[in-house]
Design a binder for this molecule. Structure first.
Ligand SMILES: [Zn+2]
Ligand SMILES: [Zn+2]
Length: 100
C-alpha cells in the first residue's frame, strides 16, 4: 500500500474525485516542498481545491498541513524548529499557520 493511493485528509482512494498532488508549502516554498518531499495527495475537488475544508480554501486545513509538513521535515532532516525556519522562512508550529 502506497500512502499516495489515499487522500491525506479523508482517506478516500480518489474514486469519483481523482487525487491530486498538493505541495504543503506553496508559493516561494513550492520548490523546497518538492525537494524535501513535502507533498501530499488530496481528493482534487473535495479536499484540494473546492470543498469547504479544502487545503486551498480553509486556513485551518492549511495549518494542519503546515504543522504536519514541518514535523516531517524536522524529523527526516534532523532539524530543530529554528533550522526549519531558516530554510522555509517561518516556524509553523508556533502560530496559527496563516499563510498567503
Ligand atoms: Zn495544492
Ligand atoms: Zn479527501
Amino acid at each position: 500500500m502506497r500512502d499516495y493511493d489515499y487522500c491525506f485528509l479523508c482517506g478516500r482512494n480518489g474514486q469519483g474525485d481523482p487525487l491530486e498532488r498538493h505541495h504543503i508549502f506553496g508559493a516561494a516554498n513550492r520548490d523546497l516542498s518538492e525537494r524535501y518531499g513535502l507533498v501530499v495527495h488530496l481528493c482534487g475537488e473535495r479536499c484540494h481545491r473546492n470543498g469547504p475544508k479544502a487545503a486551498h480554501r480553509c486556513a485551518e486545513t492549511m495549518a494542519v498541513l503546515h504543522a504536519y509538513g514541518q514535523r516531517k521535515a524536522m524529523q527526516e532532516n534532523g532539524w530543530t524548529a529554528e533550522q526549519f525556519r531558516q530554510v522555509f522562512g517561518k516556524n509553523y508550529l508556533e502560530d496559527d499557520g496563516d499563510d498567503s
